[in-house]
Ligand binder design. Sequence first.
Ligand code: TRP
Length: 463
Amino acid sequence: MLGKQPADPAKRSSLHGHWSSRMAFILAVTGSAVGLGNIWRFPYVVGENGGGAFVLVYLACVLVIGMPVMMSEILIGRRGRRNPIATMALLGAEEGNSSRWSIVGAIGVIAGILILSYYAVIGGWTLAYILKSGSGAFADAGADIVTGIRDDFLGSWTTVGLYHTIFMGLTIFVVARGVERGLEQAVRFMVPALLLLMIVLLGYSITTGYFGQGVSFLFTPDWSKLTWDTVLTAMGQAFFTLSIGMGAVMAYGAYLPEETSIPGAAAAVALSDTSIALLAGLVIFPIVFANGMDPAAGPGLVFITLPLAFGQMPGGVFFATIFFVLLTFAAWTSAISLMEPAVAWIMERLGRSRAQAAVMIGLLIWAVGFGTVLSFNVLADVTFWRGTIFDNLDHLTLNIMLPLGGLLIVGFAGWVMCRNSTADELGGAGNVYRLWRFLARVVAPIGILFVFLKAVGLLPDLS
Ligand code: TRP
């Protein structure tokens, strides 16, 4: 298969077709980036980590680490035009280094499987809330009622497991049919609609009278709340929300036409992704304070605050239903990208059809997902290291595997690939290229390493 490809990387073509346009690629990566990470995870980790200082560190990570890593992933993907494992092996050899770089792709495939195993459980949770909202369960409900609904839901492992199963089924279905079809249309509609509904919610949140308190929680840094562990969490969140560090964007980059500008695409994605996360924070914290709730309530935070807000709004049943439909869609387009590297690898490596590969990988992820399903009920008291099975998966993948993958990816693009190769992909040697190269060679790798070492206590404090 590899032998048939031309030697000039610029003429290599993907084995699975191409995006129909530059916009299609941006939409697909935005669809991957915008998801539960923005609306479910961002607010709750901000709440757990004390607000403003965490948010500023997160924004800095997106800018100086996230952006160069994302650009590196896309350029590597486009140059290799294969699944992430094969691409890293090919480019490693082509750049005169080693084909062992395939290990980066392998870490990514495993990270994708582990992340999706719990992502699908939360995706199922949003699915269940479409029905609850539609049935009017949240209409005029107070904090105790919405909290009760959440506890009942999470308490039943069969219910959580059922919705997890449905969500995985939907994901397998789309991946089996191929990434291009349908995805573009879905994202083109979903992201603007989600943005619009968030703005409606923002309107509500302003009327609570606690908007100022929410804004100051989100943006006024209290540096005493910051530990190196918190910084690591902020960095992990930056990787997670941008879908980088595991080859998902690399897999999508493999289908990117030659003429598309990579820096432009990366900037567009990062901007829309960050705006949606900040908007979610602006919506949720005023509601938290208006109802005297705890910002550090954990993974249930959005599933309590938003139903509460909708319950008190005119037209709330309608808006709540639409909102959870959109959130499920957003989670769905992200889930697809978490599966794509593993599926592309099985197809190319084992010569399976896309449908077969999707079912094989999908069933594996579905089964692993029960570790998370049970973390909220039957096994809630079984805790070790970071907490429940879910807490451990979350920490291992987001705070360790993604930054490690990102470090290797950016290091590869910055140090192993020759200048000509990267300049070729990033459109010449202008200022943008120079800035990327500085961030990719120096700032991002040192930043990631430093935060890692600090968080595990391997670097002593200077003072
Ligand atoms: N970025 C998505 C979100 O915020 C999740 C996601 C999709 C992801 N694909 C990924 C995270 C790849 C890490 C790597 O919901």
